[in-house]
Design a protein around this ligand. Sequence first.
Ligand SMILES: [Zn+2]
Length: 185
Amino acid sequence: MQSPDYQPPPDEALPPETPHKRPLLTDFAALNRPADEADAHWMGEALALAQRAAQRGEVPVGAVVVLDGKRIAGRHNEPIHLHDPAAHAEVLALRDAALHLQNYRLVGASLYVTLEPCVMCAGLIIHSRLSRLVFGAADPKAGAVNSVYDVIARPRLNHAVAWTGGVRAEECGAALRDFFRQRRR
Ligand SMILES: [Zn+2]
């Protein structure tokens, strides 16, 4: 049910050639790319940030943004210290990257994150017009690339992001497992 506050225009009201009528991408498999040579290196930088998060008592997830072979932002998960439920590593890193570029669109940039992004971050990745997403460990509880939701793998919106999962997944997952194991002690 649509909210009574907002009614999108009916499709028939739009001329046939508007962007609204752009055909939905159907070749979803083409978005899933093999890993590049540089991926392990950048994931290592994201992992170092995840370790820093763990040292500060935050869930160890790290993210770096890379453009033209250079790191332009890197942050770790920080909701506790920032009193901010939205302070996921991806959100903070994408905001820093946009500020650095003085542009809210990150066309051509890649995001490396140690854990498969959640629904919120997957939405932001699309809004940011990021070109590529690389993640480490899959998140079978909340992942929104292709685990629980298909926000990135089967896009319904007008921006598609190339994605690669499983880069240094074992190390990325171990950082999380170690963190929660220590907390339970
Ligand atoms: Zn998230």
